[in-house]
Design a protein around this ligand. Structure first.
Ligand code: UGA
Length: 434
């Protein structure tokens, strides 16, 4: 099939590249000329394992094209995918200005039988609103489908190639069948292709992310309780997870969820509740608990140092909001860094991928180290925000030797408490006893 993919951000680029890889001809469009030039030259603007080689391979094979010219890409396309950003607006709701600019721009060039497919995360009713807007522009009823994305950063290619399910929302079953054919190469393992109304598809995306965010805030709030009452949240997690109705996934306590999706999608769904006249109390709690959880390491540090962090030096491991990405949007590490700098502390930081992004914000306010162990030299304590694999089994004797005092604040429960105590560390973690 001939596909136009409008928006070469994270979702657009991964989706376009994977569709090209299964044999379609995909033209990726972006208004950012520098980004398109870089992609033409095989340079990927984001860090995502496996993406670069896939882009280069399909580009060289002539199946993956890049352009800033929306009209030419749309003119030949059977499917026009919209993958533009829908960031959080001032009122918490999704800001759809980029999406409307694209819809207005593509309308004169859309083929009569082509379908516009919304990949961007958009509030319920957006599909219907696009349908009306295209009717105004073209004078005909255009096909508009919704096809939300469930990719995780750091595992996006795998998630796309082997999805748990594909969800599409259509008015016309023929478009559903076309999309089923498009996804057939990725659904070889009998995973479901779910066809529903556009409204249900739009809502599925938000409900999925809100459910996952709720699980995280739920376990984090329980972790705070075990810290106070005694017990170990890991044992509690095991105790509940073996109940097949509950399971284990997404119940790891930590320093709160970050990234470009959960925080914005929870707030956007909250705004949809308010607009519908329903009290969004549950989603508000998820958000409030998460903001509080981002302060948990700071509180532990304040407790240990009796509220005086002035002129203390801290080593910080992990800046990205999660491992295998360089993304620092809404990263808990940034909330900690801001507070520690405000309190007069000095920081020596390391992240395998996100350092450049952090440098762009903090400049010389932080000391950037190439290796995790290097951060420890002369530091009063170590604080861990992200569970990168390379932080899981450091040489603890060396960690102790380099630190001024053997104190670790672990926001991801990477180490065994008893072992840390035996090694002589003061070890703070999440939902476990110090
Ligand atoms: C999330 C969803 O998992 C994807 O399905 C969805 O497509 C995507 O948002 C999106 O809407 O585009 P992502 O933001 O890449 O994906 O990251 P996750 O792996 O879901 O992690 C989100 C945050 O939750 C991270 O900060 C992570 O550290 C935290 N988390 C995750 C926990 O604190 N505990 C857990 O048990 C799991």
């Amino acid at each position: 099939m001939k596909i136009a993919m409008v928006g070469t951000g994270y979702v657009g680029l991964v989706t376009g590249t994977c569709f090209a890889d299964s044999g379609n001809v995909v033209t990726c469009v972006d208004i950012n000329a520098a980004k398109i030039a870089a992609l033409e030259a095989g340079k990927i603007p984001i860090y995502e394992p496996g993406l670069e080689e896939l882009v280069v391979r399909n580009h060289e094979a002539g199946r993956l094209l890049f352009t800033t010219d929306l009209a030419s890409a749309v003119k030949d396309a059977e499917l026009v995918y919209l993958g533009v950003g829908t960031p959080q607006g001032d009122d918490g709701a999704a800001d759809l200005s980029a999406l409307w600019a694209v819809v207005d721009g593509l309308a004169p060039h859309l083929q009569p039988d082509a379908a516009v497919v919304v990949k961007s995360t958009v509030p319920v009713g957006t599909n219907a609103a696009i349908f009306s807007r295209l009717l105004e522009h073209t004078g005909r009823e255009c096909h508009v489908a919704s096809n939300p994305e469930f990719l995780k950063e750091g595992a996006a290619i795998d998630d796309f190639m082997k999805p748990d399910r594909v969800v599409v929302g259509v008015r016309d079953p023929k478009i559903g069948e076309k999309l089923r054919r498009l996804y057939a190469p990725f659904l070889r393992t009998e995973k479901p292709f779910l066809v529903m109304s556009p409204e249900s598809a739009e809502l599925t995306k938000y409900v999925a992310n809100a459910m996952l965010a709720t699980k995280i805030s739920f376990i984090n709030t329980m972790a705070n309780l075990t810290e106070k009452l005694g017990g170990d949240i890991n044992d509690v997690r095991r105790g509940i997870g073996h109940d097949s109705r509950i399971g284990f996934a997404f119940l790891f306590p930590g320093v709160g969820y970050g990234g470009s999706c959960f925080p914005k999608d929870v707030r956007a769904l909250e705004a949809m509740f308010s607009r519908a006249g329903i009290d969004p109390v549950m989603l508000q709690a998820v958000d409030v608990i998460n903001e509080g959880q981002k302060r948990t390491l700071l509180e532990k540090m304040n407790h240990f140092y009796d509220g005086d962090l002035t002129d203390k030096t801290f080593a910080i491991w992990g800046l990205a909001f999660k491992p295998r990405t360089d993304d620092i949007r809404e990263a808990p590490a940034l909330a900690l860094i801001d507070e520690l700098l405000k309190a007069g502390a000095k920081l020596r930081v390391h992240d395998p991928e996100a350092t450049e992004n952090v440098k762009a914000i903090y400049g010389d306010k932080l000391t950037y180290c190439d290796l995790p162990l290097e951060t420890l030299d002369g530091a009063d304590a170590l604080a861990i925000n992200t569970e990168w694999a390379e932080f899981r089994q450091p040489d603890m004797t060396e960690v102790k030797r380099r630190l001024k005092a053997p104190v670790v604040f672990d926001g991801r429960n990477l180490y065994d408490c008893a072992t840390m105590r035996e090694l002589g560390f003061t070890y703070y973690s999440i939902g476990r006893q110090t």
